[in-house]
Design a protein around this ligand. Structure first.
Ligand code: CO
Length: 306
């Protein structure tokens, strides 16, 4: 269980995540640059006393997740794009993780956008202490199937822990028979994805998001500095080259350090691991809605309302 002070931090991180998500959604207009949207969302999180728990994911149409703009990204939204904004704030290790979907200036996929939202909201109606994981999955699948779409079966909700975005159990969007029950005091995210595609994502191109996976001695002083920086700044959470702004944090990167180059080198050395974009079949559309919950009592509290 969290004490009052810890719970206040979890709630603040949730509130800031939710407001950042809604800001991001409001910026998804025809011609908007993905880079600007991501910077605005992450800037909002930092301006409100939190850290960025992971780079703002801006995934379009058949890309379900794990795309964040590069530092020089020129991609712009087009009329009819369906974009997922998935973002998170961290306050002293307590994390909010939330997502929503919007269709840019058209209404062709309104029902599909609603399908993932309805599934998430259905779960919010009953989930709490003692809910078996399989019940959550069953509710998601029933809701999305009833709306005439497929769940993306290999994208799951997840437990969240202190400085740990994907901890403990995962919550598949179907009944996988998992009798594990939600325990009092746990934080977890429910994030149904709905699609008119096959219901399964494959790994695509790198989506510019990385995470530190191992410690290894390095001799290059620049890389050494860079590793010290990411350890202090991200504490094992996912990040991207864009997040390594030398003007931020207590510790400053030397002028000669190029974050994009360092990230590439460390991926090659196996110190960082790069996330692939998660992609449905070409021409399909994927939608996503996500809340973070804190399990206390029969009905868990949504920390990322509205
Ligand atoms: Co999540």
């Amino acid at each position: 269980m969290l004490n009052d002070e810890q719970l206040a931090k979890l709630r603040k991180a949730g509130e800031v995540s939710a407001a950042a998500r809604d800001l991001g959604i409001s910026l998804c207009k025809p011609g908007a640059k993905l880079l600007d949207i991501a910077q605005e969302v992450e800037g909002y999180i930092r301006d409100h006393g939190c850290g960025v728990a992971f780079p703002c994911n801006l995934s379009i149409n058949e890309v379900a997740a794990h795309y964040t703009p590069t530092p020089n990204d020129q991609t712009r939204l087009e009329i009819g794009d369906v974009i997922k904004v998935d973002c998170g704030a961290v306050l002293d290790g307590y994390i909010g993780d939330t997502a929503a979907t919007v269709e840019v200036a058209t209404n062709a996929y309104r029902d599909l956008v609603e399908a993932s939202k309805r599934a998430r909201n259905t779960v919010a109606e009953f989930v709490g202490e003692g809910t078996p994981i399989r019940e959550i999955g069953r509710a998601i699948e029933m809701s999305i199937k009833r709306d005439g779409y497929n769940v993306v079966e290999n994208l799951c909700g997840h437990q969240i822990d202190y400085w740990d975005l994907h901890a403990g159990y995962s919550i598949p969007p179907y009944d996988a028979g998992d009798e594990t029950v939600i325990q009092a005091g746990q934080t977890f995210a429910v994030e149904p994805f709905a699609t008119n595609g096959k219901g399964y994502v494959d790994n695509g191109k790198p989506g510019n998001i990385v995470i530190k996976v191992r410690d290894k001695p390095v001799s290059d002083p620049e890389l050494k500095d860079f590793i010290a920086f990411i350890d202090q700044e991200f504490k094992g959470l996912p990040f991207c080259a864009r997040s390594c702004d030398r003007s931020r944090g207590d510790w400053q990167l030397g002028d000669s350090v190029d974050p994009e180059k360092c990230v590439k080198k460390l991926v090659r050395m196996g110190i960082l691991s790069s996330f692939a974009q998660l992609v449905e079949v070409p021409g399909s559309i994927v939608t996503q809605h996500e809340y973070t919950f804190y399990a206390i009592g029969k009905r868990a509290e949504v920390t990322t309302l509205p």
